[in-house]
Design a binder for this molecule. Structure first.
Ligand SMILES: Nc1nc2c(c(=O)[nH]1)N[C@H]1C(S)=C(S)[C@@H](COP(=O)(O)O)O[C@H]1N2
Ligand SMILES: [Mo]
Length: 444
């Protein structure tokens, strides 16, 4: 169990820094005056030295000889070996493979490429970029085929956006809180900086029939995954992505080219895209007619559910960590919305009885992860931490009771701990902290 170090050890909290119940402080409390106070008290994040101990540090083993040889690809410190994705199918049996992002061990807003979550329904195809081609056809004036060389010569755009599987957070549909790490609960969402050619640029070239309203992208891996996408999204902000965080796409993310539909259900972001057919109606493929149509309590199902709605969760502290002692901690997390920009994140330390506004790392970007922080003084008594995000369209994360009323919940026991079959959970995540500083997943 990772132990969280408290930050500083201020004396009694100045009343003007309190922003909500149970020790939540104003989001600026540790900047400016708050920090000065911490300094004056002589107990910042470091440890005070006095007398003989206040000497230069002795050289450690690693300071005394030449280091290891630098290789062509950067390497992480061996001490970070536990910062890895969790795999659902490590032997690569012929079924879906999931790799979940360890949000609880990361910070900032970009997911490192090698920790980006992935879902592949039949493994990673070994595609030669010199042979891969993309064809755009159907209701167009002039069908065209694009080699990767040709695609690389078009003007490109760069933007950050998240990708989230419709099945992310499925365990949250359980009627009892599943005791699992953030990675297992919400690890099927990641955020990268993507570079590629706007699909609208290519649609202009092929000349779309004005009667066309849908398109059907198809992947080059064996499932030949196809999803119907309204053409409106293609004109709006769809990208044929070639680069991820500055380098060519990871093999898992769709090398050499993938479709990116910012803010829309992960499954529609067809990787290894080899064909886009322009049509006047949806194809009702397996992945839209069966697999990704959330079922409601009355056994009806949404016909289409494209947007990943406004959502947030606290990454630290979170399940699997523990608070060592009362004192100052920084609460930090991620917020995002598939329909816009994060406007505000509210945080509660008393299970939603009172709320304070967190500092949002800005400027928040459209349909991208947005990091939030708020200082908190834990007094050692039980607390329930949670966050609630609002986007610029005024969409607010629903409270659990309201969410469950509409979307339903799954009764435990479920034989497979991750086997909760429902999608697009975007209600709150709550972490219950007991007097020992242990953190459990709770519903509030
Ligand atoms: N060609 C192809 N595209 C695919 C998939 C796939 O298996 N094959 N999986 C889909 C699913 S279910 C999701 S959630 C996203 C995951 O994208 P990522 O690997 O970039 O995270 O890709 C989608 N696109
Ligand atoms: Mo997915």
């Amino acid at each position: 169990m990772a132990i969280l170090k408290r930050r500083g050890g201020l004396g009694p909290t100045a009343p003007d820094q309190q922003a909500a119940g149970n020790g939540l402080l104003h989001r600026r409390a540790l900047l400016g005056r708050g920090l000065m106070l911490a300094g004056a008290a002589g107990v910042g994040t470091g440890t005070s030295l006095s007398g003989a101990a206040a000497e230069p540090l002795e050289d450690a083993e690693w300071s005394r000889h030449q280091g290891t040889t630098v290789g062509p690809i950067g390497v992480r410190s061996k001490f970070e070996k536990d910062t890895v994705r969790v795999l659902s199918n490590p032997k690569g049996e012929p079924r879906t493979q999931h790799a979940r992002t360890p949000h609880q061990l990361l910070s900032g807003q970009i997911t490192p490429s090698h920790l980006h979550f992935t879902i592949l329904h039949n493994g990673i195809p070994d595609i030669d970029p010199n042979q891969h081609k993309l064809v755009i056809h159907g209701m167009v004036k002039q069908p065209m085929v694009f080699t990767m060389d040709k695609l690389m010569r078009y003007p490109m755009v760069t933007r950050q956006t998240f990708v989230e599987c419709g099945g992310n957070s499925a365990p949250m549909f359980s009627n009892e809180p599943v005791q699992a790490s953030l990675q297992l609960l919400h690890g099927l969402a990641s955020n990268s900086e993507w570079t590629g050619v706007l699909l609208s640029t290519l649609l202009d070239e092929v000349g779309v029939d004005p009667k066309a309203v849908w398109m059907l992208p198809e992947g080059a891996d064996t499932p030949a995954l196809t999803r119907s996408v309204p053409l409106k999204k293609a004109w709006d902000d769809a990208i044929l992505v070639l680069y991820q965080n500055g380098e060519r796409l990871m093999a898992e993310q769709g090398y050499p080219v993938r479709l990116l539909l910012p803010g829309w259900e992960g499954n529609m972001n067809v990787k290894y895209v080899r064909r886009i057919k322009i049509t006047d109606q949806p194809a009702m493929t397996y992945y839209e007619a069966r697999n990704y149509s959330p079922v409601l309590p009355d056994y009806k199902a949404y016909k289409f559910y494209f947007v990943n709605e406004v959502k947030s969760f606290i990454t630290s502290p979170s399940f699997g960590m523990s608070l060592k002692e009362p004192g100052y901690y920084e609460i930090s997390g991620i917020a995002y919305s598939g329909s816009g920009t994060i406007k505000r994140v509210m945080v509660s330390a008393d299970g939603g009885n009172s709320w304070a506004e967190a500092a949002v790392q800005g400027p928040a970007q459209d349909k991208a992860f947005t990091r939030f922080h708020i200082p908190w003084r834990w007094d050692g008594s039980p607390a329930v931490l949670t966050s609630r995000a609002v986007d610029d369209g005024g969409n607010i994360q629903p409270l659990r009771a309201d969410f469950v009323k509409v979307r339903g919940e799954t009764l435990k026991p479920v034989t497979n701990p991750m086997g909760f079959a429902n999608q697009h959970y975007n209600s709150l995540t709550c972490w219950g902290i007991n007097a020992k500083g242990e953190i459990a997943h709770v519903y509030a």
